[in-house]
Design a protein around this ligand. Structure first.
Ligand SMILES: NC(=O)c1ccc[n+]([C@@H]2O[C@H](COP(=O)([O-])OP(=O)(O)OC[C@H]3O[C@@H](n4cnc5c(N)ncnc54)[C@H](OP(=O)(O)O)[C@@H]3O)[C@@H](O)[C@H]2O)c1
Length: 333
């Protein structure tokens, strides 16, 4: 078998014409997606990430499961987790919801990630087996290297992953938080398959990582998954004023320039109000227009509904250009 070198370009496939029989409550804009390497599958255009759902407090578990269930019911077909999220609880919860959903979840794509602490070849198989066990599956659709570790050669990890891919335990291999050079190194180590995804921090306020990899990924047919698309809620209208709790502030990386980010967010909020679209719709479609697939978080079912409504509303090109200018003008990053 030859290694994939002429992978399909990572442009979204047009959605099939809308069927007349849309399930009640189904969100629109979730059809179609990006070709996922040579798997023959489409990578859905929007996904739900399961990091910090409910902040892992046992009392939040029911709400967390309800949020995942709502997303499934509304047509979301991409769910992202990792062995490190809640020390395995995220994978367990997702596995449980999928088990209960049965055939209704059969066509959904599950993505999980190999921890940066398990990149040595001997650690890769046990880490994957642990994830599969918690997810209650014999195979994961897409397995990402969560983050590179300079102490472990990328090629060593990729060879171990390729062996598991050949065994059929991994549907496709991807990476996360990789630069272009690191992606090239990872791909060079794969003999019979290829890297199909790179998941990076990418939103209106934090563009550096996504901007760096997008041209390369577009050319090579690698899907760019954009995590933290709502800047932990700031781009959905949360924290427009007042203080921001430590957790969200830390994880956005915007801590140093929060007052400025809040000022930009207020301008985006006014823009969205005048354009009669939800504020989050600017953040999500700004990414989508660039060819990236947003991976949002939600800690309750109502947020899932709001984000899907934002996804279904399409701001005009001029409104998105204005949103881009508002954020660019103040971008200190
Ligand atoms: N590969 C990596 O290294 C990496 C790193 C980070 C994230 N990720 C992935 O990306 C996923 C998303 O990341 P993220 O959680 O940072 O994304 P995000 O979409 O930027 O933020 C999600 C948070 O925004 C708030 N929110 C959601 N809907 C809202 C609404 N309608 N109104 C107001 N606020 C709303 C919620 O905060 P509250 O819960 O506080 O209400 C929610 O938890 C993660 O779950 C994970 O799967 C990957």
């Amino acid at each position: 078998m030859t290694k994939k070198s002429s992978s399909p370009r990572s442009t979204p496939v047009r959605a099939a014409p809308r069927k007349k029989t849309v399930a009640p409550g189904a969100a629109s804009g979730l059809e179609g997606g990006f070709p996922l390497g040579k798997t023959g599958r489409l990578h859905p255009p929007l996904g739900l990430g399961l990091w910090a759902l409910g902040r892992w407090r046992p009392e939040d578990e029911a709400r967390t499961k309800a949020a995942i269930g709502r997303a499934l019911e509304r047509g979301v077909r991409w769910f992202d987790t990792a062995e490190v999220y809640g020390a395995g609880r995220s994978e367990r919860i997702l596995g449980d919801v999928f088990y209960r959903a049965g055939p209704a979840a059969a066509d959904a794509m599950i993505v999980t990630k190999l921890s940066w602490e398990h990149l040595r070849p001997a650690q890769v198989r046990p880490a994957l087996m642990g994830s599969l066990q918690r997810l209650g599956r014999s195979k994961v659709d897409l397995y990402l290297v969560h983050s590179p570790d300079p102490r472990v050669p990328i090629a060593d990890t990729m060879s171990a992953l390729e062996a598991l891919w050949k065994e059929g335990k991994i549907g496709a291999i991807g990476v996360s938080n990789f630069s272009v050079a690191q992606m090239a190194e990872a791909r060079a180590a794969l003999k019979e398959t290829d890297v199909v995804v790179n998941q990076v921090l990418y939103n209106l306020f934090e563009r550096a990582d996504g901007d760096e990899i997008l041209p390369y990924c577009r050319k090579e047919g690698i899907v760019v998954e954009a995590y933290t698309p709502l800047a932990r809620g700031l781009l959905a209208g949360k924290y427009l004023s007042g203080t921001v709790p430590v957790g969200p502030a830390r994880s956005t990386g915007l801590r140093e320039r929060l007052p400025e980010a809040q000022r930009m967010a207020r301008q985006l909020h006014d823009l969205a109000r005048d354009a009669r679209v939800p504020m989050a719709s600017l953040a999500l479609h700004w990414l989508s227009e660039r060819g990236a697939a947003p991976l949002f978080g939600a800690s309750q079912p109502e947020q899932v509904d709001e984000i899907l409504a934002a996804w279904a509303a399409r701001p005009s090109a001029s409104v998105l250009a204005r949103a881009d200018a508002i954020a660019v003008d103040h971008d200190a990053g």
